[in-house]
Design a protein around this ligand. Structure first.
Ligand SMILES: *Cc1c(COP(=O)(O)O)cnc(C)c1O
Length: 219
């Protein structure tokens, strides 16, 4: 991350590292916490709730980055600080209504479907502006920015082109008066390209914890 930041002329402190801990046991998170990592991201609600409960002695900042079914919004609203994967106004409305009053506003990114036509997740670039303005009006939420998972590519130029498109949408929303400060983009294989195109938060799993082994019942 530091090397990518330096080569982009950016300060490394302007980019946060989100440790994506899905499929890894509590012990792995505890270890990473002891090494100084505070922000962790999970993709599956049930698995996340078990870890949140097992690690409640640590002041971890929990981020939800997985697909959201409308019947799962309540535990997300109650247990997470951030959600990166909102792509419909209905989900945002439920999170807003279900955010407990004693907690600070839920920090939100909208997931944009930037290059992966086959993926059902993410709002299309054409629709992101309407969604962002609708979400920005909801109480108990704070719209912070955009999240994207471009189609995987080994080609750094292709990676950078996709991230640059997300950055353009982000700049456009800010010109429309939204005050967004978060570009959640870049994973283990492409975080350097994302940092060069302006990522402020990278979501890294396997490069920290090793390869994931999915057990039965997980998607
Ligand atoms: C799993 C996941 C990541 C991390 O992927 P790695 O390739 O292991 O770094 C990042 N973002 C999202 C949305 C994920 O589901």
């Amino acid at each position: 991350m530091a090397a990518a930041a330096v080569s982009a002329g950016r300060a490394v402190n302007d980019i946060s590292l989100l440790a994506v801990s899905k499929t890894f046991p509590d012990g792995a998170l505890r270890c990473a916490y002891q090494a100084g990592q505070i922000r962790f991201a999970e993709s599956y609600v049930q698995e996340a709730l078990e870890k949140i409960s097992a690690l409640q002695d640590l002041p971890i900042e929990w981020h939800f980055i997985g697909p959201i079914q409308s019947n799962k919004t309540r535990p997300i609203a109650e247990n997470f600080a951030w959600v990166h994967s909102v792509d419909r106004v209905k989900i945002a409305e439920r999170l807003s209504a279900q955010r407990p009053a004693h907690l600070s506003p839920l920090q939100l990114c909208l997931q944009v479907n930037i290059s992966d036509e086959s993926s059902k997740s993410g709002v299309s670039p054409d629709e992101v502006s309407d969604l962002a303005h609708a979400v920005a009006r909801l109480p108990n939420l704070q719209l912070r920015g955009l999240m994207a998972i471009p189609a995987p590519s080994e080609d750094v130029t292709v990676q950078r082109t996709a991230f640059a498109r997300v950055r353009e949408l982000f700049d456009q929303l800010n010109r429309q008066g939204l005050q967004l400060d978060t570009l959640s983009m870049g994973m283990s294989h492409d975080f350097a390209a994302a940092i060069k195109e302006g990522a402020t938060m990278v979501r890294v799993g396997s490069a920290i914890f090793g390869n994931r082994i999915y057990s039965e019942g997980m998607v």
